[in-house]
Design a binder for this molecule. Sequence first.
Ligand code: URA
Length: 484
Amino acid sequence: MRRVVLPEIGTFEAWRDEARALLGAGVPPEEVLWHRGAAEADLFAEALPPVRGGAVTVPKGFVDLARLVVWHRDPERFARLYGLLWALGHSRGLLEDRGDPRIDRLRRMAKEVSRDRHKMTAFVRFREIGDPAATRRRFAAWFEPSHYILELTAPFFAKRFGDMDWSIFTPDLTAHFDGFEIRFAPPEARPELPDDAAEELWRTYFRNIFNPARLKIGAMQAEMPKKYWRNLPEAPLIPELIAEAQSRAQAMGEAAPSLPPIRAERITERLRAPEAPAPVGDRDALLSGLAGCRRCPLWQNATQPVAGEGPLDAPLMIVGEQPGDQEDLAGRPFVGPAGQLFDTVAARAGLKRDRAYVTNAVKHFKFAPRGKRRLHQSPNSGEIAHCRWWLDMERQLVRPKLIVAMGASAAESLTGDSRRIGTRRGALEHAPDGTPVMVTWHPSYLLRLPEGARSAAEAAFEADLRRAAALVAQGEGAADTKGA
Ligand code: URA
């Protein structure tokens, strides 16, 4: 009997290499005992020197299946996979045989792993453990998956939360991410994680996306099985939300229609007398005013308003459209994928984000709920006009020498001109008070472009940011010379 001990990190690759070698050397499944990690190893099996087999080809469908099944908790998973691989050598079409119980079992195991992975992406809740003022914030989470899925799932979190350092602790393995790579380490005892201020926000968010009119308790429990509740800050809300769902749904029905159609809003907008200019305040006045903003209905569904950030003496102001999903949760502008692209291109263009005031034309996230996702919706002209009050207040506070308007909403808010960006990009326009406004692409637009079209548009965006940085530097140079 041959004993193969697979490592606990890199298990799939190790299993694949061993299985290929064994198959190439003609070692039958009944002669192999598979283990993951020394603890599982069978002391009675012999650890023979590794085999060197000839090259073998394996159907892609099998590799895809194995990529999931190796993370299942069934101790027989490696043997089952190798058994099937062996059998495929004699009957290539076997993988398509839906009636074969070995394949049926492996497919079910793959599904269970996939489902567990999906649950992990939905139910990991990070808590902040580092200094919130540090350039890169640090978070940690504890999660108890049903299968060994951390290595499989960690890349999802690296992509989704690339702008922060994080660790995920599980009873089987730990993952640490530092912005560049994911490092796996042996499991640690469940860490004491601090109560997170963000949890309150998260609960508000959960309350907001919970639609009492669409409550289906069975489906909800299938989606969010009770085993995960222990680590979910929103779980204690569920019984209460279920209990009040019926009366809330009834109240919603009675209150509808709650929003006038967009067309009606535009007409009202045109008839409305021009508003008084935004007062000059300080940043605290801005923040407290924004917190209670009811100028348009967007506050109702957003988690919080997102004010701009950056030095109040910044010579450059960058204006985007509105906070996205991640900005809405974080309470900070441009921290999600569009923000990451902006940061990358700005760095290439020599534009220092920390010397600019970065904000949005609209301060609340506008979205349409689709299941558990919140799909971005562009603000309409009325919403942009209502929110100009806050952008004007920020402009009064910062008094930038140059504003970069990224995308049509920002350009409309700043110049009053709602034409598309394609014909305007790169040009210097002006706000009504004469402040120069450089109009350019919005990074989210670049992210949506197909690969081929993206590089040219991104190069144009970079050129615009480079020019903006140069204009500001020139202005600062001139001011320095005058002062000298
Ligand atoms: N898109 C924006 O326009 N602003 C943000 O803050 C994030 C995404």
